[in-house]
Design a protein around this ligand. Sequence first.
Ligand code: PMP
Ligand code: GLU
Length: 396
Amino acid sequence: MILSKRISQLQPSPTVALNNKAKELAASGETVFNFAVGEPDFTTHPDIVQVAVDALQAGRTKYGPAGGSPAFKKAVVEKLKRDNNLEFTTDEIVVGVGAKEILFHLFLALLNEGDEVLVPAPYWVSYTAQIIAAGGKPVVIPMGDDHDAARLTPEMLEEYATEKTKAVVLTSPNNPAGYIIKKDELTALGQYMENKDWWIISDEIYEYMSYTAEHHSIAALVPGLKDKYLLVNGMSKGFAMTGWRVGYLAAPKPVSKMVKTLQTQSSTCLPPFVEEAATEAIKRGKSLMGDKIKVLEERKNIAAELINSWEDVSMIPPEGAFYVFIDIRKALEASNDYQATESLKFSSFLLENYHVAMVPGEAFGVPGFLRLSYAVANEKLIEGLNRLRQALDKIK
Ligand code: PMP
Ligand code: GLU
């Protein structure tokens, strides 16, 4: 029998698939250096765990309200004012099973068949798959040759926009490239988009991991964007709560209402004990993580220093999130066995022979790169990078 044509076009998420593969290898007894998945190696703060335990013991194990509990939505409204200088009301907030579900529902809510969404490369793996699943068309804005070309400009948007453009996705701090769109760059993009009839999907899930530049929300810089600004955020990264699956949307009412309707027809709600714990974490804010963000920044510096000392590789300057996007094109090109763009082939070689898992650039629309997630212990980071060096030397 014929299956869905739309869904048949999709591949499993490469970040999730590679993480599973690395975990299988580790389960078979091998020492694996897993830099594949984007998740902090820290555990959730014990105070937050306690809130969930207490709620469970108090019997709060039933369905919660679809779209989010009043306490959760209020905490998000206050957080957006406190951290982002943004004014929202509670009926503009919707909770979801991870930012991933929020994004999926958002694309379903926004897109009609053939509508185009501008997705600047390198991009997080699930945007394009979800846009296709929702009947839309991802229009990838390619990354230029020079590393600064990873930065988006109004000219780049102008070049790829058509009359079918319905939305644009911005991710800052960026996964996989680790760059941050600076205040002046964001303002320029915002001013350009002010007169466009596009939704601006702003994925700010890495906002707390901003090291060399400050994070800004585009609608706080250009208030005229507020009626088309769709903010996506979640607890996974900034609060080390990946497994809890909490994301949220702040959006004008017609959109938030539709996303909530979709939730009533799909996941229904969040487990209430999870939502209670998340509410507490949001209220406590960035300081809940204590020195953890500093630890990540130190690891970034360790990774960047090592990579910078190699002359056949380079990287997009890492400024935020917890990724370094390593350009290995020169090293691959110098090898008889590889083309400059064959990072997928090289990443398999690296995993099989050196037990180092890094996601190849093909997954993010830019072949010839490897994404390193440095949210791992320092010793593992250094040993893993040394192994990468050995693998690059081996193919010379
Ligand atoms: N956006 C980006 C840029 C991400 O890297 C991730 C990774 N998990 C997500 C959204 C989704 O996060 P989650 O579903 O865990 O909230
Ligand atoms: N967002 C993370 C990553 O890019 C987690 C895995 C996923 O959901 O893709 O690795």
